[in-house]
Ligand binder design. Structure first.
Ligand code: PNS
Length: 161
């Protein structure tokens, strides 16, 4: 039986840390759907179309990964995709409390869906989309923590740096 996993997130934008987690998940599960949250309540730097396009380009080398978007409850989406697994990345203990709560909440809502945590590479333990946006915005370099296509889009967004 093939196991399909959903790796959900805001991906605003996708970073090398996310790519690492997606690649590790793709090595374990038959199919991985990287799914970008459409969140009308949260202001995002990039539109959902841009976030999907960046993720798609950055993950095109992994054949069993597809990129999609979702809104509403994650567990409803996971069921609709007939996936049995949710993937989340862990960078540090500080991530754990939030992730633990979310995993338990999702289990309460959908007991048949399993959350799997994948631990990041230590070299990405400090990388987050929000810090990438902020560092770039204030003129710092993020070259090593985002893929080239994301770097180019950040340059376009925040003018040529
Ligand atoms: O990259 P993020 O922002 O940490 O991802 C958070 C995400 C998208 C996984 C989470 O906010 C989510 O699943 N949102 C959808 C709404 C939902 O199902 N909420 C209940 C989970 S407790």
């Amino acid at each position: 039986m093939k196991v399909r996993a959903v790796y959900p997130g805001s991906f605003d934008p996708i970073t090398n840390g996310h790519i690492y987690i997606a690649e590790r998940a793709a090595a374990v599960f038959d199919e991985v759907i990287v799914s970008v949250l459409v969140n009308e309540r949260k202001v995002s730097a990039f539109s959902v179309e841009e976030r999907c396009a960046m993720a798609r380009e950055a993950l095109s080398h992994v054949k069993n990964i597809t990129v999609d978007s979702f809104n509403g409850l994650l567990v409803d989406y996971v069921r609709q995709k007939e996936a049995g697994v949710i993937i989340r990345g862990l960078r540090a203990m500080s991530d754990f409390e939030y992730e633990f709560q979310m995993a338990l909440m999702n289990r309460q809502l959908a007991p048949e869906i399993e959350t799997f945590f994948i631990v990041t590479d230590p070299k990405y333990s400090y990388v987050s989309s929000s810090s990438v946006r902020e560092i770039f915005h204030f003129g710092g370099t993020v070259r090593d923590v985002v893929p080239d296509n994301v770097f180019e889009r950040l340059r376009e967004r925040y003018h040529d740096r």
